[in-house]
Design a protein around this ligand. Structure first.
Ligand code: 13P
Ligand code: SF4
Length: 305
């Protein structure tokens, strides 16, 4: 057995012994995706976290995702293998800033993207993910809605509803950086490819896309599509699962620069250490958790199309 195989065996044995489940986001490095019990987008992982009967969740992703698991499963130990794996977008809005925005638009419900801190969720009426943002905003039934923290997701929703959307000016640096020029270059190189993009990309980029979906939405689309070539405008870690699930189909980066460094911090040694030490634990203070839970739970009640 080589070193990697040994690590895998030790992780699996220890996870079994401790009744731990390993969840991994679709952007994690290939070996982490491969060892996970479940992979998915933010919505799928929140749902899985709320359903598991494991005693411990090892959350391979970024901090807000582990926090979301702790919000829905307060009785479970939620461990994030790398404590400082964060999300630049989530860090762009504080609860205090949100309170200020609410004062500017009194009465407008706050729809907050799950890429946000527990404190921001606690100040929100309902959460959404990239997979259900349009449905959630429509479901509020409100004429005016505050959307935080992603301006690009808000612009995407605006195109699909006639509600007035007041957006916070946050963004994901990785998706926001993808330029129309870069995407057009990839399209010229692969003229037959279907362009799949994440709604965190700019409006101008999304206008060029054939399909706009969450990460798991892209996986579903690629599987069911009869197309054989795809340009993928999201964090490049998704290509691993796309290729694994679709042998014979070809996937191309929209840009080789779409890499979220925080998503790449977790590897097999970090997972093993997290299982051994049962740290660092992510625990949301109960007063914040109860309020944040209301917003997440409301989202989970919204019917999906
Ligand atoms: P998904 O919910 O689509 O997986 O996206 C999460 C994310 O962080 C995108 O940058
Ligand atoms: Fe946050 Fe962007 Fe990384 Fe997703 S890709 S976790 S939005 S910084």
């Amino acid at each position: 057995m080589n070193q990697k195989e040994e690590l895998i065996v030790r992780i699996k044995d220890l996870a079994r012994e401790k009744n731990a489940i390993i969840l991994a986001h679709n952007y994690q490095v290939p070996e982490v995706q491969d060892i996970a019990d479940l992979t998915g987008d933010s919505l799928a992982l929140s749902i899985q976290a709320s359903k598991t009967d494991a005693a411990m969740i090892i959350f391979c992703g970024v901090h807000f995702m582990a926090e979301a698991a702790s919000i829905v499963c307060p009785d479970k130990k939620v461990i994030i293998p790398v404590e400082d794996a964060g999300c630049a977008m989530a860090d762009m809005l504080t609860a205090e800033q949100l309170r200020g925005l609410k004062k500017e638009h009194p009465g407008a419900p706050v729809v907050t993207y799950v890429n946000s801190s527990a404190e921001v969720k606690a100040e929100s009426d309902i959460c959404c993910t990239s997979a259900n943002a349009v449905q959630v905003v429509k479901w509020t039934g409100a004429r005016e809605v505050i959307m935080t923290p992603d301006r690009n997701l808000a612009a995407w929703v605006r195109r699909h509803t006639d509600q007035v959307i007041h957006a916070w000016d946050g963004y994901c640096p990785i998706h926001d950086d993808l330029s129309v020029v870069e995407l057009k270059k990839a399209m010229a190189e692969h003229p037959d490819a279907v362009v799949m993009a994440h709604p965190e990309c700019t409006e101008q980029v999304l206008e060029l896309a054939d399909v706009v979906r969450s990460t798991s939405g892209m996986l579903d689309y690629a599987k069911s599509s009869s197309a054989e070539e795809f340009i993928v405008a999201t964090e490049n870690g998704l290509i691993h699962a796309l290729e694994k699930e679709n042998p014979g189909k070809r996937f191309f980066f929209a840009s080789a620069n779409m890499i979220c460094k925080d998503m790449k911090k977790t590897g097999l040694p970090e997972i093993l250490k997290a299982l051994e030490d049962e740290t660092p634990e992510v625990k949301v203070p109960e007063d914040i958790r109860i309020k944040a839970y209301r917003a997440v739970d409301r989202m989970l009640q919204v019917p999906r199309d």
